[in-house]
Design a protein around this ligand. Structure first.
Ligand SMILES: Cc1cc2nc3c(=O)[nH]c(=O)nc-3n(C[C@H](O)[C@H](O)[C@H](O)COP(=O)(O)OP(=O)(O)OC[C@H]3O[C@@H](n4cnc5c(N)ncnc54)[C@H](O)[C@@H]3O)c2cc1C
Length: 379
């Protein structure tokens, strides 16, 4: 596709921002339309494995990410009381794994784009195809026209609905809480992601840059449970009171306003993602459960691949077909593996939990290989 063509990107999250930056660096004219009026990300951390730090390197952002993030060396799984089950080194690649605050990552991606290419406060509503052009209508009354459109508008993508009709994502019976604190437990081995698996519940924590500790908890729960911010801390303190001592310590040290709660969804992987000169990217295309921490990493990979395809093919329609054929097998495999891992987390009976712990120790080489093959991918 000729690089001076205008590409509309709907959604300026990690996927949309990375895509706009990759396109901009390659001479295209992307314009992002984001519904929020002010740039902000949820107050939580994110693990960027080597497959994602490769993308940051290609975008010229790795050095800057290392300045605001922290290098992660090990991913350790434990029983709920802290008995180590599996300890995987994650620093065996030519690229680092980084723990980073989402807002810091987002800022890095945004800050490299000219302001006029990021339009805030515009909620996409409808699209129309006009010969070779795409027309997008926004809630504000704005109408724009471009040569191609990329829907990077997340889990409940409006672009997806416009293309393929209403297909709600699937609730996978887990809810999560994420928190940030400056408290670092004295048992914490630096560079570690520590995860603790219990009966239908789990807890994990890792360091981010600027001396912040990020923790996450997950538990089986019905969808859309009534939730009041002021009860979250009490609820978590009750749920994890008899777990490994750093866990209640971290919850107690966290300000109530720094805890967020999210129900977890995915979709059954399926093509197509594209129709003519319109395609989907990131969670809009392949939302996944966060058990392998790969959702944002895959969105970053998509950004590079879709840009390469647009550079290689003069017609957006051909480029998008190529992009989805390149991305579908990998994203499908990660979505399915993430769901399988979550299912292991559903076990509640003490005998099943004990069997899971024995199994995890026995299959440590298989777990290690599976992580290694996911992290070894280079978009
Ligand atoms: C608990 C939890 C932990 C996670 N941990 C990790 C991790 O460690 N590592 C990892 O890689 N991933 C992780 N993820 C997954 C990751 O958060 C997502 O995969 C990633 O944010 C997807 O990015 P995206 O840009 O595709 O979508 P989003 O981040 O959802 O961004 C979509 C953007 O589109 C905008 N938008 C939506 N609708 C419209 C509209 N109609 N018009 C205009 N704009 C619109 C939204 O405001 C938003 O800014 C985690 C997810 C959860 C829930």
């Amino acid at each position: 596709m000729h690089s001076n063509k205008k590409i509309i990107v709907i959604g300026g999250g990690i996927g949309g921002a990375a895509t706009a930056l990759a396109l901009h660096r390659n001479g295209f004219e992307p314009v992002v339309y984001e519904r929020v009026k002010e740039l902000r990300e949820v107050g939580a951390g994110i693990a960027l494995w080597a497959n994602a730090t490769h993308v940051l390197k290609k975008l010229g952002l790795l050095e800057a990410a290392l300045r605001v993030g922290v290098i992660t060396s090990n991913y350790q799984f434990n029983s709920q009381h802290g008995k180590e089950l599996v300890n995987l080194p994650v620093d065996g690649f030519e690229l680092p794994t980084i723990g980073i605050h989402r807002a810091d990552l987002h800022k890095l991606l945004w800050s490299k784009l000219p302001e006029k290419q990021f339009i805030l406060g515009e909620t996409f509503e409808r699209l129309e195809l006009h010969e070779n052009k795409v027309r997008a209508d926004f809630a504000s009354g704005l109408t724009i026209e471009g040569d191609a459109l990329i829907g990077a508008d997340g889990l409940n993508s409006r672009v997806r609905t416009e293309l393929f009709g209403q297909q709600p994502p699937i609730y996978r019976n887990f809810t999560t809480w994420r928190g940030l604190t400056s408290h670092i437990p004295n048992t914490y081995p630096s560079g570690y992601i520590r995860e603790f698996l219990g009966r239908g519940k789990g807890f994990g924590f890792m360091m981010l840059g600027k001396n912040r500790m990020y923790w996450y908890a997950a538990a089986l729960a019905p969808e859309n449970q009534p939730d009041a911010a002021i009860e979250r801390k009490k609820q978590l303190e009750n749920m994890f009171q008899d777990w490994f001592r750093s866990i209640p310590e971290l919850i107690a040290a966290t300000d109530e306003t720094d805890i967020i709660k999210t129900d977890l969804y995915d979709r059954v992987p399926a093509l197509p993602w594209s129709k003519q000169n319109i395609t989907l990217l990131g969670d809009a295309a392949h939302p996944t459960l966060p058990t392998l921490g790969q959702g944002a990493c895959m969105a970053l990979e998509d950004a590079l691949v879709v840009t390469k395809c647009l550079l290689e093919h003069s017609e957006a329609e051909v480029a998008f077909r190529k992009y989805e054929s390149l991305r579908f097998p990998r994203t499908k495999s990660i979505v399915k593996q993430s769901l399988r891992s979550a299912q292991m987390g559903k076990l509640k009976h003490p005998i099943n939990v004990a069997l899971r712990e024995t199994l995890m120790k026995l299959i440590k080489p298989a777990i290690k290989n599976s992580f290694k093959s996911i992290h070894a991918y280079r978009a």
